[in-house]
Design a protein around this ligand. Structure first.
Ligand code: ATP
Ligand code: MG
Length: 576
């Protein structure tokens, strides 16, 4: 993908060496230079400005890492500002989830929590002033009529027949708009700038529209609400924001941002807008509108469904904040739009989970193995290392007995060459326990294997000299009498198309991956897993993948979300 914006500045996209020797990305470099020049008295204040009309997604995480990260890096502060200018779509549920997600990512706004709605009085005052100065007017046309007069980038727009109303008339109408005298859509307040401007955003942009829906904070105080362009820059200014970092689609809005800020600012301080590329990920969508649709239509289990690209979905899936931050650090910030591979995110997740996850045994598709020469009723405990990557993490005990479960896939009656798992007459090691040999298989009337009969070699238990004996395969297993039943939810990509947003002629719901969730009941987990199945715990089911307990487990059944398989099998699958 290529962006049409700011091609003359593409060289900024490379991260540059700053004068203090640290590698900075282009946004950090611009800020570093401003600070060095002593702009704004050497102050740095950024803001993260979510609209509370949905849950945050991984794209927002990229903005959060920038806004909060750069403030941390240079000793500044970052405000959390809810951009709550459209009461129809906004809700406190979203405000709460946004707070939780930012904290979970590891950032803190202290007491700097603000709302654009806090500035409604000041914004209204500014609008009144602009009306009095002849810089704004009330337009009675419909939004369709206004749109039809906009012109095109190469042809000028047409002036509204209401453009030359007197300030007195405009003021009277605006006050009555806010008093609720007119229906929604009946009138708007527009800035009187230039219908022939080469920048479409200067063609008398709408400042206020009538909305009669109550606001989640200001109730029914207001009947007129400011548009984004009339709220954002001024809110930055009121808060003392020095660097207003946003995404590339706001490049053409920047002159208008500066125009309205100029109506307020003096020479000592003004906020500066800087834009970077959005995060787009393969096999998912980032549009809040589409994500809301998936939730509302029940196509996913909620905003925090583990298949969603939301922060809450990723948390429930078992991703760590560190893995998300590492991924964002790696993809970096540029001025080109790009599509990032979800494999890169998954790589970062595996990398972090490999570091921290507790190794345990679970059998997803069990078949019973009876060790015929092992004494009936005998139980031994074997020690299992918790995490070889973390030497101090210790070990836990796991019971071993005469009947165990192994994966059905780990046995083949007629194995091909190079099958190093269990087969008739062959030997494998049971991880942490003994070497066993397959002697016989028991089948039901339909020919399905119901039991595999083996013998064990008592000299080969871990720790004994016989354990040095070489066999090709090592299997995971659980003791049948001690195993706990659980459910595994195996998640896969939400869409089966690489870039659903690019397929503009198709309904995005048609591209949902029908196999994105597979529920497997009656998996068998070792007792230690059940004892430690606390939401947030990270397990590696050995040889299978990373799993985390789901909060639905509170219903009594143990449920584990598969965060990610141990290896990336997707690329291979696609080539088949
Ligand atoms: P909307 O369509 O509702 O405006 P939005 O995704 O822009 O959706 P906001 O709540 O306005 O949502 O976004 C808050 C901040 O997060 C903005 O500064 C925006 O630029 C940034 N942001 C949103 N999506 C992405 C993304 N995919 N990559 C990087 N930053 C993003
Ligand atoms: Mg937005």
């Amino acid at each position: 993908m290529e962006t049409k914006y700011d091609n003359n500045k593409l060289n900024e996209s490379q991260s540059t060496e700053s004068q203090d020797g640290k590698g900075l990305n282009f946004v950090e470099q611009l800020i570093y230079d401003d600070l060095k020049e002593g702009k704004n008295g050497g102050r740095l204040n950024t803001r993260f400005p979510p609209e509370p009309n949905g849950y945050l997604h991984i794209g927002h995480a990229k903005a959060i890492c920038m806004d909060f990260g750069v403030a941390e890096k240079f000793g500044g502060t970052c405000n959390l500002r809810f951009d709550d200018t459209n009461p129809v779509k906004e809700d406190v549920e979203y405000v709460d989830s946004i707070r939780e997600d930012i904290k979970w990512l590891g950032f803190d706004w202290g007491n700097r929590e603000y709302y654009a709605s806090d500035y409604f009085p000041q914004l209204f005052d500014l609008a009144v002033r602009l009306i009095k100065e002849g810089k704004a007017y009330v337009d009675d046309q419909t939004s369709e009529e206004i749109a039809a007069q906009k012109g095109t980038p190469t042809t000028p727009g047409t002036e509204s027949p209401y453009r030359n109303r007197t300030p007195e008339e405009n003021l009277d109408l605006f006050m009555r708009m806010n008093a609720g005298e007119f229906e929604e859509g009946a009138r708007v307040l527009r800035a009187k700038i230039d219908m022939a401007s080469s920048n479409m955003h200067f063609r008398d942009p709408i400042m206020y529209r009538i909305i009669k829906h109550p606001h989640h904070r200001t109730g029914t105080t207001w009947k007129v609400y400011p548009m984004y362009d009339f709220a954002h820059g001024q809110s930055d200014y009121f808060e003392g924001v020095t660097h207003s970092i946003c995404t590339l689609e706001f490049v053409p809005h920047r002159p208008l941002y500066e125009y309205f800020v100029n109506e307020l600012a003096d020479e000592t301080y003004r906020p500066r807008q800087i834009e970077f590329n959005r995060l787009n990920l393969t096999y998912t969508v980032m549009s809040k509108r589409k994500l809301l649709q998936l939730v509302k239509e029940g196509l996913v289990a909620g905003w925090d469904d583990p298949r969603m690209p939301t922060i809450s979905g990723m948390r429930r899936r078992g991703f760590t904040p560190q893995s998300i931050r590492n991924f964002i650090e790696r993809i970096g910030y540029t001025k080109y739009e790009a599509l990032n591979s979800i494999s890169l995110l998954e790589y970062a997740v595996r990398e972090d989970l490999n570091r921290i996850a507790t190794r345990v045994m679970a059998v997803i598709n069990p078949v019973k193995v009876v060790i015929t020469n092992y004494p009936e009723g005998q139980v031994e405990t074997v020690e299992m290392e918790n995490n070889p990557e973390l030497p101090d993490s210790g070990s836990h005990e796991m019971p071993f007995s005469r009947e165990i479960y192994i994966e059905r896939d780990d046995f083949m009656e007629n194995p091909p060459k190079k099958f190093f798992r269990l087969a008739p007459g062959g030997e494998v090691r049971l991880k942490g326990a003994y070497i066993i040999k397959c002697e016989d298989v028991v089948k039901d009337a339909d020919g399905n294997i119901t039991e595999i009969h083996c013998t064990y070699d008592p000299e080969t238990r871990s720790g004994l000299p016989g354990s040095q004996r070489k066999v090709k395969g090592t299997l995971h297993w659980v003791s049948a009498a001690h195993a706990i039943d659980a459910t595994a939810r195996m998640y896969d990509r939400l869409f089966n198309v690489e870039n659903p947003a690019a397929e503009t002629d198709r309904d995005f719901r048609e591209m949902l991956n029908p196999d994105s969730l597979q529920v497997i009941n009656n998996i068998k987990v070792e007792p230690f897993v059940a004892q430690n199945a606390i939401v947030g715990t990270k397990f590696q089911f050995q040889r299978i993948g990373y799993f985390t307990p789901d909060y639905d487990s509170s219903t009594g059944n143990l449920i584990f979300n598969r965060t990610i398989a141990l290896k990336d099998s997707w690329e291979k699958e696609q080539k088949k």
